[in-house]
Design a protein around this ligand. Sequence first.
Ligand code: DI6
Ligand code: FE
Length: 406
Amino acid sequence: MTPFASHPSADGLWTRLRAIDGTDTALVVEAGVIRWTGKRASLPARFASMRVHDGGGALVTPGLVDCHTHLVYGGQRANEFAMRLAGASYEEVAKAGGGIVSSVRATREASEDQLFESASSRLRNLLAEGVCAIEIKSGYGLALEHERKQLRVARRLGEAHGVTVRTTFLGAHALPPEYAGRSSDYIDLVCTQMLPALAAEGLVDAVDVFCERIAFSLEETERVFQAAQALGLPVKLHAEQLSDMGGAALAARYGALSCDHIEHLSAAGIAAMREAGTVAVLLPGAYYTLRDTQLPPIAALRKAGVPMAVSTDHNPGTSPALSLLLMVNMACTLFRLTVPEAIDAVTTHAARALGLQATHGAIAAGMPANFVLWNLQEAAELAYWFGQRPVRTVVRQGRIAEGLGA
Ligand code: DI6
Ligand code: FE
């Protein structure tokens, strides 16, 4: 693999670009940072002599942000997909020893290098589509050494591929088999040993819990949030995916960055999220794979002004999705997001769901250069096509990562 640091620098004047609103635009990159952006005609004279990158009229957007993934795991679960096609429900598969726990087995068996290789090949699909920042959760190790292995791989992926990675500790994803019937003891382990140790190693940017009747209760979720808060770590939550547990309101009380899934989110949950400034992360890939019929309360979220993000939720069980653009299409088609909402959902709002709004999800002076040139005429095409790879050029962390011979 070519080291990312040897990719060509994106420094210079990027011109003949079309902004999302259709206006003619240009931008200047210096030392990997966007120094200026605006109409070409108003380019300050001091930039006029810079090396020119001709955009050729391409549409330009901020680099995409995939704000909820479980990218690092061993094996895959196509067999369960087949079981569900033969009639089993997700919960039945989980109860029969499949589900998350089967990925836990495979993840524990895999070496760090094996996990790195398999996750790298998945990550390449996302990067080729313009992803410039990604969240990666643990949660398939469920024991200190294996959660550590997953999070170390996540950090390595960021370095090797030159992509911003935010790691999320999801030790409370499922009950490991050795703790069967001892959920409270496992949560103790998560709070008093796993999380403090991994945080001390600098491996944790945020903390998440799967709050659900097949996973952890509201009370257990709160214990994990308290442990995170004591360490000064932000929280997020897998909330109200299969039932209304009241998780979103709890997460909002802890100032959560985001509540994710939220198909069964209540009016009280929405109000609490609005108060706390918590982002609603919509995951159409899981909704689609599970053939869910309970739509997230989009109209109410919109009315309340809760920012909505969209992500792949890449995971081997409920969303083996490796295309964020496909999720954009699905968020529009299945959830009825408008095109501007769907674009914000994978840029500015997704960045906010990771606490990265100062550096990602927008094209603005002072931000690191993360942007994508698309072979498209208009912004609606980003949501309209599916299965197309319309990327022309990706500039990631100030380097030309894809296209232009990179
Ligand atoms: N919610 C999900 O949809 C995934 N995890 C979670 O907390 C499912 C993960 C899996 O089935 O492996
Ligand atoms: Fe998830």
